[in-house]
Design a binder for this molecule. Sequence first.
Ligand SMILES: Nc1ncnc2c1ncn2[C@@H]1O[C@H](COP(=O)(O)OP(=O)(O)OP(=O)(O)O)[C@@H](O)[C@H]1O
Length: 631
Amino acid sequence: MANRSRGAAVPRLVRELLAELRGGLVWTGVFSLFINVLMLTTPFYMLQIYDRVLTSGSVPTLLYLTLVGVFLLAMMGLLELARSRLLVRVSGRIDRKLGDPVFARMVDASLSRGAGRAEPLRDLEKVRTFATGPGIIALFDAPWAPIFFAVIFLLHPVLGLLALSGGVLLFVLALVSEWLTRKPLTEAGSMGQRAQWYAEDCANNAEVVAALGMTDGVRARWRDAYAQSLGHQALASDRSGLLTALTKFVRPALQMAMLGAGAYLVLAQEMSPGAMIAGSIMLGRALAPIQTAIAQWRNVIQTRQAYHRLKDFLADAPTTPEPMALPRPRGDIQVERLVAPAPGGEQPVIKGIGFAIPAGTSVGIIGPSAAGKSSLARLLVGVWTPSHGAVRLDGADVAQWDRAQLGPHIGYLPQSVALLEGSVKDNIARFGPVDPDKVVKAAERAGVHQMILRLADGYDTDIGRTGAALSPGQRQRIALARAIYGDPALVVLDEPNASLDSDGEAALKRCLDALRREATTVVVISHRPSLLSDIDRLLVLADGKIDTYGPRDEVMKKLVRSVPKPNGNADPGDKARGGPAPEDKAADGTAPQGKARGDGAAAPGAGDRPAANAGQGATGPRAVSTGEGQA
Ligand SMILES: Nc1ncnc2c1ncn2[C@@H]1O[C@H](COP(=O)(O)OP(=O)(O)OP(=O)(O)O)[C@@H](O)[C@H]1O
């Protein structure tokens, strides 16, 4: 089973990544050293031309120097090529190492925090592209700048001092730039992100936003966040613009000072004219990486932020050792003392319930709105993690079960259907390898095969983002086929008929009958009692607790008795539809728990499983045990 320990994965992931990158980065550093040494070719060539060729008038020397110079420059070009290829590989490794974990973690984070965004992938993209851009080249070149300063010192100490002071001045300007722009850039980043969320949410819900005239209100929110982001951006740009202007003045001024000082030293006969020119060129080389670093400062800061966000995001990733594969479950469900808040919340929405569903049993869950039915469904399929208790499938805790292993054994049709961008067949096959026979079988059992054949490209029809190209009813029926694809052992359907017409509902009922005949464990949540007419058991949920659980007919009888109508008749469907509130029942003097026990249904049936009873103990007297005969 998964061993979840916080905080260990990121250091491991990052350590492993850095270990993998170490070789490539060391070679990039070595290549950078040679590239920078070879950059001395041009100034030395100048030096030799002025001081040797022009004074001696020797053409062979000129030819020889030129050949050597061209060869060295060619070598430098080759090294540049090798370095850039190396960095492309480094960037590819970052992606290969972190891409999948970040994606998987993003899905997990959406489950545990209740909201998912794609920023971590964007951050990864930022870090990855930095690894091939000019920013990282500047970082690798900067440490070799002392070579140039040293050579300038050798030409003349005065020139050396001048160059060094210029370098320090530019470096200080870079630090000031960082200091002045870091905060506004951070603020701009977070406000920009918020603005983007508004824009994305608005685009995703464009129809309701337009229909209800909400565009102006939502745009005002977006505009506010965007304006704040732009304000911080502008402040950062103003400050960095000032620094850039200063740099643009300092850089040529330094060059001029070098030439001026060099000319003076030549006049004073302390240096040759060649050294004057070479010194000036070398100053340019020495300052280039510093200047690139200043130009790339914003990029460097943003990449650093993205890197830290990524590290934090991965920091609480659970370490999950490769779990042992478990055999295909039979579909035996035990819910034990289950307490669960919604993701990111504290208040439990499921408040200590326990019950059992023997393999092959079909159970209908009914109850008023916000009773916790969908929450229970999510817990049954293991996408929510309970704070206490467990849902066990054939004895194994579903929240701890490896999702990739558990998924094929689970069929889940959520209330909001959630198809994904892709073809009909991809969606039915759950984006795994498409086995046409299995896809058609699932579609036929879901009663949707003919409907799919009538689509423009049949099973190959692209359904667009979230299935936008389909009607809600079509989406729901295709999602049903997806839920039963591969004959899962447990099928949980949350309001599977919410968007269906009578044909669709008849197909759904036939599908449920087939699942029952095949002894698949089925849980159906529905507000419509018609769908639950052939179900084995009924579970009535109210305020996160079990009100009643037992064989369907017994529960229905109880519901009839507990829902008095003004004319003395009762409509059990009222309760299924969430009609009578628990207070209504209390008003006639019959508390739910009293009812549950009073008719004898509370006593465990003769064949009740011990696990079911254990679960009952946790639920309190509200939970009603079941007769095994119904299984
Ligand atoms: N993702 C979520 N984040 C926060 N709270 C949630 C979330 N999902 C459900 N809840 C809360 O849990 C409670 C139960 O909701 P749930 O959707 O399980 O009820 P339900 O019985 O399925 O309702 P309905 O019949 O209206 O679908 C509600 O109070 C709801 O606010």
